[in-house]
Design a protein around this ligand. Structure first.
Ligand code: GP9
Ligand code: MN
Length: 641
């Protein structure tokens, strides 16, 4: 041992091991990362190593004895960063990001309580530093005063990069698109480690803040001109019909429209939802040509679109990357103008998709996340709380909400890979070559049952009759990886056009006192929901920057753009450079002027939406005299004990 410490590389190895073990032990003791399975356990253990090799390794370039001191400083610095995160986590159950550091109020809320958050056992976290200082003073005399052979630090850095690559590869295998989608800081830390997460966060922030800095107020005028021209006047038969009514918005996770009326083994998969579509007495209007418009942000994109009528980003999730923008979202608008209380119910951790930050900017008053629910093992599966206990437990919160409310119930069980306990499955699995497809129907049935139970509870609580009920699917559940199995199931070829047709998700709405239309065939998408819902409450959508138009309006624009520039209309579909006839399914060899023009419009619309998002342009826009900018310090989603 003595001999080891007597060399610089030996001392380096000791610091590295201490750093590695300390970081790992702190992960285990301080953070609740939800590590499941042996791969995740292994990655959690491995991930400090690459950061250690690289960050501590840099100090090896120092001349002479300076190296030892620099190495210790670096170790202390990394320890301080880790400790700051420990303290922050104790309060927020989340990690520090550059964005949160900019929002001083985040620390404000910590402020006086910071001492409170420190604990006596934290003193243990300096033991390693004391040990290193003692060793350093004792052995530095033995070190030669010459520079370490230049090849060595390079080897160490290369090892760091190598370990990181292995780490990332294993992480991506366990959780595909980890970096692209970047859904949750907990995930990034669990898989890649705190220091790699900080590096990732820094690059992300630098990238996006440049565009924000370059934007100015003229940019929003161009967007405003576009949305004002696209605007569709309200239909007088629907304008204001829902004013003052509670709104219950139900998110059907990964639910595609092909499930409706679909029979498996001769049985309806979702008999309850089917009854809402077909039973006239239920008074629903079901849009059977409604499409999701999400991309990598998945659920978060659906939420963004359906509360803001703006597109998600071409890459990544706007919830994460643009979580600090100014928004003029539906909950804030109806809260300010008609006194609605808005609440989101979701049985998952609050930081998933950065929800606990962006919801503030949407003006969401209450967020009932996993801390509000009984998350015992038998109630949880896959991502979080099972839908049945979720709806059941949500009732007490819903009944307490100040009325009128806008309550968004977000289900979770019908999520890839669609796992369910055998005893809770009430329909046989499908029999195709893909497990995902086979399981899909069991969790869809479970969701259907949980919805029926929720309707019964709502009726019992007297909350059903007089509430607007809106139900929607967020995005596909079956990706094109499973085309072969879908062919086996549907007995037809899944061409690119067919796959695009399968991107329909349900949208249905019931407005008390208004006769349902049954099935409405208008082509529409998630972008159209905000203007529709504003008009139902009697608020003119014209003032706001919205990319969609009112689905009940005579003037509704019935083309549905998708994030990649494809789009669909009643007659034709534009898909990756080709126009298809919806009826014959054939390629249209000579598209009309009008078709070509619509393609330009769609691209222009996407570009304008991206400008709003990347430039944070809504900070330059005042919709009308009623609008009051959101002060995010008015919101907190930490559960009070
Ligand atoms: C996680 C849940 C699922 O909280 O909303 O998100 P998804 O993976 O569908 O985007
Ligand atoms: Mn989803």
């Amino acid at each position: 041992m003595k001999k080891l410490i007597s060399t610089k590389m030996g001392f380096f190895a000791i610091v590295l091991v201490l750093f590695w073990l300390k970081t790992y032990l702190i992960y285990k003791m301080e953070f609740d990362l939800g590590v499941k399975g042996s791969i995740q356990e292994f990655l959690l253990f491995l991930n400090p190593l690459s950061s250690g090799l690289i960050l501590l390794g840099i100090t090896l370039f120092s001349r002479g004895r300076k190296f030892g001191r620099r190495l210790i400083y670096m170790h202390i610095l990394l320890g301080l960063i880790l400790y700051a995160n420990i303290v922050f986590y104790r309060f927020n159950s989340d990690f520090i990001t550059l964005a949160t550091m900019m929002q001083t109020n985040n620390f404000g809320s910590l402020g006086s309580s910071i001492i409170d958050l420190m604990q006596w056992h934290d003193l243990l976290y300096v033991i390693d530093i004391v040990v290193l200082i003692v060793l350093y003073n004792k052995f530095k005399g033995n070190w030669s005063d010459t520079r370490i052979k230049i090849r060595k630090p390079f080897i160490i850095l290369a090892m760091g990069v190598f370990v990181f690559t292995i780490n990332l590869g294993l992480a991506e295998a366990d959780r595909p698109q980890l970096l692209e989608r970047a859904f949750d800081r907990n995930y990034l830390v669990k898989y890649l480690g705190l220091y790699n997460f900080i590096a990732y966060d820094t690059v992300q922030s630098a990238n996006t803040s440049t565009q924000r800095v370059l934007a100015d107020s003229d940019d929003i005028t161009v967007v405003e001109n576009y949305t004002k021209t696209k605007y569709a006047e309200p239909n007088p038969a629907y304008f204001g019909v829902g004013e003052g009514k509670n709104i219950i918005k139900i998110h059907l996770e990964s639910f595609q429209s092909f499930l409706i009326d679909f029979k498996l083994h001769g049985e309806e998969v979702t008999p309850f939802i089917n009854s809402l579509v077909h039973d006239e007495n239920q008074d629903f209007t079901y849009f059977d040509n409604f499409f999701h418009q999400t991309e990598q942000g998945k659920t978060a994109d659906a939420e963004l679109i359906m509360d803001n009528s703006l597109y998600g980003l071409p890459q990544g999730s706007a919830f994460v990357v643009k979580g600090d923008n100014t928004y003029q979202a539906y909950p804030a608008i109806i809260g300010q103008r008609q006194g609605y209380t808005s609440a989101i119910f979701h049985g998952d951790g609050k930081s998933f998709w950065n929800r606990d930050e962006i919801y503030k900017h949407f003006g969401i008053d209450k967020f009932y996340h996993e801390d509000y629910y009984d998350m015992s093992a038998d109630k949880v599966i896959n991502y979080g709380l099972k839908d049945k206990p979720f709806f059941e437990e949500s009732m007490k919160y819903l009944e307490e909400l100040e009325q009128p409310f806008y309550a968004h119930m977000m289900t979770l069980t019908h999520h890839h890979p669609f796992t369910i306990n055998e005893e809770e499955a009430t329909i046989e699995r499908a029999e195709t070559s893909s497990n995902t497809v086979n399981n899909y129907f069991q969790t869809a049935r479970y969701l259907d049952e949980s919805l029926e139970q929720f309707f019964t509870d709502l009726k019992e609580a007297g909350l059903y009759e007089d509430s607007i009920i809106m139900i929607y699917g967020d995005h596909y559940g079956i990706s094109d990886n499973h085309n072969k199995a879908m062919e086996e199931l549907l007995g037809e070829e899944i061409t690119p056009l067919k796959y695009s047709e399968l991107q329909r998700v349900p949208f249905m709405i019931r407005i008390p006192g208004v006769d349902g239309q049954g099935i409405n065939h208008e082509y529409s998408g998630q972008m159209d929901v905000v203007p529709t819902m504003l008009h139902i409450l009697g608020i003119d959508a014209q003032d706001y920057i919205l990319m969609g138009t009112d689905m009940f309006s005579e003037d509704h624009k019935d083309y549905v753009p998708f994030r990649k520039g494809n789009f669909v209309t009643e007659e034709f579909t534009y898909l990756n450079g080709a126009y298809y006839d919806n009826e014959t399914k054939e390629i249209i060899e000579e598209p009309t002027e009008e078709m070509l023009k619509l393609k330009e419009t769609v691209l222009h619309e996407l570009e304008l939406s991206d400008k709003v998002m990347y430039g944070d342009l809504l900070r330059f826009y005042t919709p009308n005299e009623q609008w009051k900018p959101i002060d995010i310090s008015d919101y907190s989603y930490i559960k009070e004990e």
